[in-house]
Structure formats: C-alpha cells, structure tokens
Write a protein that binds this ligand. Structure first.
Ligand code: UD1
Ligand code: CA
Length: 461
C-alpha cells in the first residue's frame, strides 16, 4: 500500500505566518507525527502534497524518504490536492491511504486494523471497498464532515459542515480525514468531481457519494479512541493534540515501569528514553535525546535537554542540564546549571548555584555551593569550595584548566585560566591564582590582615 499526505492547504484558521503542519508538539512538527504513524504501520512508499510555503515543508522533511507533489492552487480543496499526486497512484491496482496532514493522533494499529478489515471484506464478501473512512462518534461533531449511512450500515456520502442540512448536522459520526481508496474505483470516481457551489473547492469527501452512485461499496472504520480522529485547525486544537500525545508517552513509560508523579505537569518528548524504576517528579521537562537510566530520580521543576542521567543518580529540584551527563550515583542541584558537554563523575556532588560549562568532573568531586567551573577538568575526590570561580575567558579567547585529584580549592578562590593545579594541592580561601600550582603545594594569595585595637568605627549608643 502507498500513502499520500495532504499538506498543501493555507490553514487560515490557524492564524500563523508559519505553515500549520510545521507547528510543533513536544518538539516535533505536526506532519512528523503523520509520517510516523504511517511508517509504523509498515507503509514505506509515501507522497506528500505541498503548495503553501512549500520550501519550508520540504526543508522540514529533508532526509525523509518521501516524494513531493505540488498542488497548483492551495485553495483547490482536498480532492484537488489528491489529484495533484495522480502520477503517484495512477498505475496502482491496490488500495491507497490518503491522510490529512493536520491529523497527528491516528495510531499505527488503527491503520493495520483498517488493512485487515479490507482483507476480510474481500475474503467474505468478494468485493473491493471503494472507500474505507476512519470515523468516530463525537458528542459535539461541529466542524467535521458527517458520515451518512444507509440501512445496511454502508456509507453513502460524507457531508461537510458548510453544506449540511439541519438534520445532517445532528449526525454524530464524523470523518477523521483518513481514507483507504481502491485505486481503480478512485480513478473512475474523480472524473465526476464538481467544485462546491459554496466554496468552489473540490472535496475529497464527495468521492464517497460518487462511488456509491457508481455502485461501489464504501464503509467507515471506527477509531479505537475518539482522540485519534482529531484534526488540528487552530492553536487550541494544537494544545489539545499535544496533551494527548504527551499523555500517551507518559502512559507508555509508566506501564513499562517508570514512576511519574503528577503526569499532567510533566513534559516528555517522543525521543526521550526512561528506564525501569526511574522516578520523575512534578513539573519536570525532558527534551530531545535525554536518557534517564534505571533508578535515577529527576525531581521537581528540573529542565533536561539531551541529558544523560545514569543509574541511581539524583537531579534535585529546579536544575537545568543540557548536552551533559551525570554519572552513576552522582547528585546535582538543587538549582544547578550544567551545560556544554559537562560530565559529573560517579558519586560526585554538584550543589546549589553551581554552573558547569564544558567541565569534566571525575569520581567523587565535591562542588557543593555557588561556583562557576568553565572549561575545566577536575580529578577525583577534589573539593571545590563555595564561591570558586574559574575565569576561563579573557575577553577574546577561552582557556582550559586542570585541577588534579584530591586538590582542595578553598572558598572564594579565583583561578585565572589557563591553569594547572597539581594533585593534592591546597589553595587557601580567597586566593587569586595566576600561576600553576605544583602537586602537594599550598598556595596562599592574600594581603595581611591588620588588626588595630580600639579603632572600630562603631560607636556605643
Ligand atoms: C477535512 C474533511 C472533513 C473531516 C476533517 C477531519 C474535506 C473536504 N473535509 O475538513 O470531512 O471531518 O478534514 O479533520 O476534506 N489541504 C490541501 N489542499 C487544499 C485543502 C486542504 O492539501 O486545497 C490539506 C490541508 O493542508 C490539511 C488537509 O488537507 O492538511 C485537510 O484540510 P482542511 O482544510 O483542514 O480540512 P477540514 O476542514 O479540516
Ligand atoms: Ca483540518
């Protein structure tokens, strides 16, 4: 089976300069989800109809193995869009899947179910179905095409909201905008299409009535849950669709053994991986290619993007970690900032208001309070005192610093890069370090403290 995605429309209701199908849900464009459920149903030959902002759509889908077709007039309607890709299906003697590019919530299993249904009908009734339409019953069907059936349950036509009579508007079964057409019947039917008198568009939905009049059978296939048939026409529908996708991701993780507290407040993107017995707390954001390994905890309000949190590590509340790794049993936060390929070694602690930028901490390094550690490599068991700052930038260039294992950096030290601090070196608190420090040395840089008796400026009241 081949598939065609319709993505040429103007999307006026969306009110955006950007093409509707390129708006993102959980970091992926709407059309990515459509492609994804089609590919997951093992359909590989996919065409996309473009027109409005065609370059942007092509750019977004570059790298995908799809063919593009251009609809000359993006106001031509959904059938006009389908006809623009006629070359894609003309020679087929099979069913073709046609999907609206703005319906991202269909499940791959539903497509497989539709395919099985077509086989069953062939097997038992010895007929081809002209059109199989994905549908659902909505309590409020406003805006959707209504499915009109005959006494036997066959679909005889689909009526658009704009064209529907008062009685037709009472029908609750709606068109999900996804169809499987039998191509030989489709080619015959499209010859009879006429533009709507109200909108001047060619409607793909009219194909059903034409097929019925030609004597072909059309059927509807019930979606497994009503959310599947939702189309995204405006921003609020985008928010809704995003929350549906998100809850599906969270449910899948939870049922696979991840604890998720207050799921309504947790945001996890599709490519994130979370392993067994990991625990995710309220208001956590996990983006990109983040991986949370077994028994790790990510606590309230933390934001992680392309982060790797290894087994039994803990991210305390309100931490920000990007493109970095926290190794086994390490603890970071609360309120730390870890970025640019930093690594927090096994068992290390990075505490509150500590910023790591391209910092590689080996095992059991302690940097528990108020530090900036940029472009630095720190040996195991080093202790970085509160307020330590590495001045890695001279206004023009960034420089690298090495701090040896077991080094002790006293509070409020300022280390001017590039610098080498030897193993077991001790830097006294408040020092400004402008020279390399050999291993085991003590470095003190401090003006003498003067104490002048009875010179205090504080007067007795
Ligand atoms: C369409 C169906 C409606 C169904 C609903 C489900 C028609 C006429 N109506 O309505 O029965 O209930 O989807 O969501 O099909 N497009 C083009 N070229 C065009 C017009 C549209 O490629 O000239 C594309 C759009 O980019 C979009 C899709 O087709 O991805 C659907 O178009 P849209 O205008 O959103 O149709 P609906 O009014 O939602
Ligand atoms: Ca739509």
């Amino acid at each position: 089976m081949k598939a065609i995605i319709l993505a040429a429309g103007l999307g006026t209701r969306f009110k955006s300069d950007k093409h509707k199908v390129l708006h993102e849900m959980l970091g992926k464009p709407i059309i990515w989800y459509v492609l994804d459920y089609i590919k997951q149903a093992n359909i590989v030959d996919i065409g996309v109809v473009v027109s409005h902002q065609k370059e942007a759509v092509l750019e977004t889908l570059k790298g995908e193995n799809v063919s593009f077709f251009e609809q000359a007039n993006p106001k031509g309607g959904t059938a006009d869009a389908l006809l623009s890709a006629k070359a894609f299906f003309e020679d087929m003697d099979d069913y073709i899947l046609v999907a609206n590019g703005d319906a991202p919530l269909v499940k791959p299993d539903t497509l497989k179910g539709m395919q099985r249904f077509l086989h069953m009908v062939e097997e038992y009734e010895k007929i081809k179905v002209g059109a199989l339409v994905l549908s659902s019953f909505l309590p409020d069907p406003t805006g959707y095409g209504r499915i009109v059936k005959d006494g036997k349950g066959d679909v005889i036509k689909i009526v658009e909201e704009k064209e529907a009579t008062y009685e037709e508007k009472q029908i609750n079964e709606v068109n999900g905008g996804l169809y499987m057409f039998y191509v030989p019947y489709l080619k015959e039917a499209v010859k009879h299409l006429r533009p709507s008198e109200k909108t001047n568009e060619l409607y793909i939905t009219d194909i059903v009535e034409i097929m019925t009049s030609l004597g072909y059978t059309c059927r509807s296939f019930m979606a497994s849950e009503i959310t599947e048939i939702f189309g995204v026409n405006d921003r609020w529908e985008l928010s809704f669709a995003e929350s549906v996708v998100k809850m599906r991701i969270l449910e899948k993780l939870a049922r696979a053994g991840v604890t998720i507290h207050s799921p309504e407040s947790v945001y996890i993107e599709p490519d994130v991986k979370v392993e067994l017995d990991a625990e995710i707390f309220p208001n956590v954001v996990l983006k990109g290619n983040t991986v949370i390994h077994k028994k790790a905890k990510v606590m309230n309000g933390s934001y992680l993007e392309n982060a790797t949190i290894k087994e039994k590590a803990t991210v305390l509340p309100m931490s920000y970690i990007k493109n970095s790794t926290v190794e086994e049993e390490a603890t970071v936060g609360p309120m730390c900032h870890i970025r640019d390929n930093s690594v927090v070694g096994k068992g290390s602690h990075v505490g509150s208001f500590v910023e790591l930028k391209n910092a590689k901490l080996q095992e059991n390094v302690m940097a528990k309070h108020l530090s900036y550690l940029g472009d630095v490599s720190i040996g195991k068991k080093a202790n970085i005192g509160a307020g330590t700052v590495i001045a890695n930038f001279d206004g023009k260039q960034k420089y690298q610093t090495y701090i040896g294992q077991h080094a002790f950096i006293g509070s409020n030290s300022l280390i001017i890069a590039p610098r080498n601090i030897g193993d077991y070196a001790f830097i006294a608190g408040g020092s400004v370090i402008t020279k390399d420090i050999p291993p085991k040395a003590l470095a003190v840089e401090r003006a003498d403290l003067k104490i002048l008796e009875d010179k205090s400026k504080v007067k007795d009241e």
